[in-house]
Design a protein around this ligand. Structure first.
Ligand code: SUG
Length: 430
């Protein structure tokens, strides 16, 4: 059997609102507020538990060590306290917990689609934002610790960190397949060509077409089964800094806002899938982006029906609440049910349910080869919850990032997490 596993990024102990992401409206508008790492992590674990209880396979990707000792070294610092004293503007950048948004961890090509029959992953270089550009090496290390079986999994290095190869991972990628086990068609969404500027007037275009083309080639995908589509300028400039803010694919269904793509009809035809298109009249782009309707997880349940795991904000926004009520009542709409989740801590930094997870389609043998306790059940989730309650602060303001005890607390917590998850190779520097 083949199934889709949702690997969620576990929120790290330094979760905070530093306003680091230009073009991400939530990150900008909540800058400077106090965050609650504990609440954020518990909200994330509650989502994993909901998916698991629905019968959907669930995995976890642990947070990287922050600050990253290799990054500190490359900046010429032996000790983080020197950064605090001499380069305070780098403190939020070096302590960001942004790897929690696992949709940006990597692009994934499952084994039915690749030439060599391996499951391929390429960590995203995330070069478009300073704080996220520091993630890829640690992400590769974590993916290699979790997917250690080199006879089945191939974790590449990220593309070089230059603007022409700007890559944001699975957040701009979708896989269309009749069932998860069938071979798929890969949708690569880009905001610009490699030679075009990142910003013309509006917000940054974080993904190039070239990055997707290189990854498709690296993974050995069939060129006839890859589709490259430009994200609409309207969507990016309204705040859809990743395509997964305005559309989502599950199996043979594309759930999308009508303004998501530059040439939507061409895209739909090339994908050849069922399209559930939501009009601007029914849900204005503005509402779609503030509620994160399309940043929901569209998942197939064991009975074959599809459910939408949506942020609670979709129930609080009139147009999206109305849309979802009608969708569930409509027998022709594949969304048969909706689960709303409170993920406000992550949402306030621009991360909804779909941002928090990396989808990996796996055969049973691949699933069995996942290392340690990274495939979770209630017992692992209970252990993670207790671990969060032991180690995470209830509140963290930007000023608290300068607290000399914070870094020591992170180290103690992550050492314990490594043992809890039985993943000895997670943090070579610890
Ligand atoms: O890259 N926010 C993330 C949110 C990522 C959401 N992911 C997807 N849509 N798949 C980003 O903009 C904010 C951090 C801060 O401001 O402190 C941040 O990095």
């Amino acid at each position: 059997m083949t199934s889709e596993v949702n690997f969620d990024g576990l929120v790290g102990p330094t979760h905070n609102y530093a306003g680091l992401s230009f073009g991400n409206r939530a990150s900008q508008s909540n800058a400077g507020e106090a965050a609650s790492p504990r609440t954020a992590a518990l909200q994330g674990i509650a989502k994993m538990r909901r998916l698991h209880s629905l019968g959907v396979k669930q995995g976890v990707l642990p947070p990287p060590l922050r600050p990253d000792p290799a990054v500190l070294g490359s900046l010429g610092f032996e000790d983080f306290s020197r950064v605090v004293e001499t380069a305070p503007q780098l403190v939020p950048v070096l302590l960001s917990a942004s790897s929690m948004w696992a949709a940006n961890a990597a692009t994934v090509s499952p084994s039915p689609d690749t030439q060599d029959g391996l499951l391929h992953l390429t960590p995203a270089n995330l070069v478009s934002t300073n704080h996220r550009a520091l993630e890829p090496a640690a992400t590769a290390q974590i993916l290699r610790a979790v997917l250690a079986d080199s006879g089945r999994f191939r974790v590449h290095d990220a593309l070089p960190s230059v603007s022409a190869f700007a890559d944001e991972g699975a957040a701009n990628h979708g896989r269309v397949a009749q069932t998860h086990g069938d071979s798929g068609t890969h949708l690569f969404v880009f905001g610009r060509e490699a030679h075009e500027p990142t910003i013309s007037n509006g917000f940054p275009r974080r993904q190039t077409r070239l990055a997707g083309e290189l990854i498709a080639h690296q993974h050995g995908l069939d060129p006839d089964r890859t589709v490259f589509v430009r994200q609409s300028a309207a969507a990016i400039d309204a705040g859809a800094f990743h395509n997964d803010v305005v559309s989502v694919v599950n199996q043979d269904v594309l759930f999308t806002h009508e303004l998501a793509f530059d040439e939507p009809t061409v895209a739909y035809e090339r994908l050849g899938c069922r399209v559930v298109e939501v009009s601007e009249v029914d849900v204005p782009l503005e509402d779609a982006i503030s509620s994160y309707l399309f940043n929901s997880q569209l998942v197939t349940l064991p009975d074959g029906s599809m459910t939408l795991v949506a942020p609670i904000e979709t129930a609080e926004t009139a147009s999206t609440a109305r849309y979802l009520e009608a969708a569930v009542a409509d027998p022709d709409n594949p969304i048969a049910s909706v689960q709303t989740m409170d993920l406000r801590e992550s949402m306030r930094n621009g991360g909804g349910p779909a941002c928090l997870r990396l989808r990996v389609v796996m055969t049973d043998n691949e699933l069995a080869a996942v290392a340690g306790r990274a495939i979770v059940d209630d017992e692992v989730l209970d252990d993670l919850e207790a671990w969060v309650r032991r180690h995470y602060r209830d509140a963290l303001s930007p000023a608290d990032l300068f607290d000399p005890y914070l870094v020591a607390e992170v180290k103690t917590a992550l050492r314990e997490l490594r043992d809890l998850l039985e993943l000895p190779d997670l943090y070579p520097a610890l």
